[in-house]
Design a protein around this ligand. Structure first.
Ligand SMILES: [Ca+2]
Length: 116
């Protein structure tokens, strides 16, 4: 899955909370994809590597990385959210991670990032 790194202060795994008046950027750094789908098939119809995309939905706005074409290891280094307030972040962020396709995108996973 995509790496979600929490830097600078505790992000809750130890019971700490994000200060309401803090400000955060959400940066999609990199992501990896399994070699095959859970059904054991190739991601793309012609057997090629997937095209990973990571999207973050925060405060009703959805922002995505560019498509990393034909790769199992994406390196986006793309800022998806800038200056997110700590109080709003505590409401959660929805992440969609999927394989871009011409027809229907193949979801790798969808998770709701709850910082509590
Ligand atoms: Ca694809």
């Amino acid at each position: 899955m995509a790496a979600l790194a929490c830097m600078a202060i505790s992000c809750g795994s130890d019971g700490g909370a994000v200060p309401a008046d803090s400000s955060w950027d959400i940066v999609a750094v990199s992501g990896t994809v399994a070699m095959q789908t859970t059904a054991g098939a190739a991601w793309d119809a012609l057997g090629g590597a997937p095209d990973p995309v990571l999207c973050a939905t925060f405060n009703a706005a959805r922002t995505c990385t560019p498509v990393a074409s034909d790769t199992f290891t994406a390196s986006w280094n793309r800022t998806l959210v800038t200056g997110a307030g700590g109080a709003a972040l505590m409401q959660g962020v929805l992440f969609d991670y999927y394989d871009e396709d011409l027809a229907v995108p193949d979801p790798f996973l969808q998770l709701h990032g709850d910082l509590l």
